[in-house]
Design a protein around this ligand. Structure first.
Ligand code: SF4
Length: 458
């Protein structure tokens, strides 16, 4: 088992850390409410954290989501799942240094997975960094800011109405699995779920604000369990499905172990739940899956896909994650992954080259696939998947789809997503953003569908 950091061992939130001795307050008293620039990278969970932080800043009277040049405080919501995500954060941080030095009193805070993984060590490593706090427990940080700026704060500010149609709603956080390559259990802690009622109230608020499509989020969303009633994801879907005005419901990211028949039945029966399933397989060889500690076999995974495709009609769109170049991945193991991709014909595959994450169980193992070979394997599978996606999408030609129109291109063509989460384009003037339109697919590429309108969807 991997060596756990203190934060991960007890799954205690990181204590907020700062440099009060060097400058107090961190954002000087300006005679007005401070303005906050938020930046994030990484998974949808970080998208959702950004929205939540924006609301929390607004609640204490700060003005969130301003452009960097207008900001007094920059908050970086970080990711540590892959080495290159961390490098991007350090790159962003370097860009902020001249911004901070340009006007005395500006401050930088880091939160998200890197904050938990590196903790106060970041303050030593980055002399221009002012604060590190845990995005799961931001209250201490918010209380400190509120206390410092109380004199200039008029209480909660009203965020401008959002024109977004889709939103992420976190329903559980953390992960109890221990995949050997993954840092998530160490930086996001053990699984904790929000009660069904709280999730429903959140969705209701969003729908009242104009949101029509909601994605329920969790690192391991299908191990969701209501803390008091024990309700699982299928029951949560059934509850959220009843929210009036909600058109579409999705969920991310599922673990194959928890992909149970009741979930597929709920997907089939509930009008709002879209015909889309993201079920990461990671590899197509049993020995490789064991080394990753994925706790299922390739045959078990196949059976889940068969059951899902049988249950969810008329047509289930499937996506998955695959890692290439994991420790000791042989040519034949790699070939088995390619074979599985060809056999199961996913609509989308998120491919990544393995990168070592310190502290994980796999970290002490030899990272023995050379970078050039990882790239070759990655590019090979990208080509394989491009052909599969192209064939999958071409099979939609002549079929009817439902498009939630999100916007218009510069040449006025409406675009949006289908229930299967495919990007679809309509002819100029065919539909208004925010509408639900029926259309027939006339052509397709690997990445998008082109369709002609058939009228408004019911
Ligand atoms: S299930 Fe996902 S989040 Fe959890 S440890 Fe495995 S890869 Fe990481």
């Amino acid at each position: 088992m991997p060596v756990l950091s203190d934060a991960a061992r007890g799954f205690r939130p990181l204590q907020m850390a700062g440099r009060p001795a060097r400058r107090e307050p961190i954002v000087p008293v300006l005679g007005r409410a401070p303005r906050v620039h938020l930046w994030h990278i990484g998974c949808q969970m970080n998208d959702a954290d950004r929205e939540r932080l924006a609301e929390e800043f607004a609640d204490i009277g700060f003005i969130p989501e301003v452009p960097l040049e207008d900001a007094d405080l920059a908050v970086l919501i970080t990711c540590t799942v892959r080495a290159n995500a961390e490098q991007k954060v350090y790159g962003k941080f370097r860009e902020l240094i001249p911004w901070k030095r340009e006007r005395p009193g500006r401050a930088i805070a880091v939160t998200g997975c890197m904050a938990v993984e590196h903790g106060e060590g970041l303050l030593q490593r980055l002399p221009d960094l002012d604060y590190v706090f845990d995005v799961r427990e931001p209250d201490g940080f918010m209380a400190k800011l509120q206390a410092l700026h109380a004199i200039n704060l008029d209480g909660p500010i009203t965020l401008p109405a959002s024109d977004r149609l889709s939103a992420y709603v976190p329903v559980m956080g953390g992960c109890n699995e221990m995949c050997t390559y993954c840092i998530v259990p160490f930086v996001r802690g053990r699984e904790t779920s929000r009660p069904v009622d709280e999730v429903m109230a959140h969705v209701q608020r969003l729908v009242e604000g104009g949101v029509r499509e909601v994605t329920l989020l969790g690192q391991n969303v299908n191990s969701y369990r209501d803390p008091s009633t024990g309700s699982r994801l299928p029951e949560l879907l059934r509850a959220v499905d009843t929210v009036p005005g909600l058109w579409r419901l999705r969920f991310l990211t599922s673990h194959p172990r928890n992909a149970v028949p009741e979930l597929f039945t709920a997907m089939h029966e509930l009008a709002t739940v879209c015909e889309q399933l993201h079920l990461p397989v990671q590899a197509g060889d049993n020995a490789l899956l064991r080394r990753m500690r994925r706790l299922y076999t390739v045959d078990e995974y196949r059976a889940k896909i068969r059951a899902a495709r049988d249950a969810v009609r008329p047509r289930l769109s499937l996506s998955t994650d695959v890692i290439v170049g994991f420790c000791g991945e042989t040519e034949s193991e790699f070939a088995a992954t390619e074979q599985l991709m060809r056999e199961l014909e996913f609509d989308t595959v998120h491919l990544a080259a393995y990168s070592v994450r310190p502290g994980t169980a796999a970290a002490p193992r030899a990272d023995d696939i050379p970078v050039a070979e990882k790239k070759r394997r990655l590019n090979h599978l990208l080509g394989v998947q491009r052909d599969i996606a192209s064939a999958r999408n071409r099979s939609y030609v002549g079929r009817e789809i439902e498009v939630l129109v999100e916007g218009r291109s510069e040449d006025d063509r409406p675009y949006g997503r289908t229930r299967e989460n495919k990007v679809a384009w309509l002819p100029a003037g065919a539909a208004e953003p925010g509408s639900l339109t029926k259309a027939r697919v006339v052509s397709a590429t690997a990445w998008q569908l082109h369709a002609e309108p058939l009228g408004a969807a019911a």
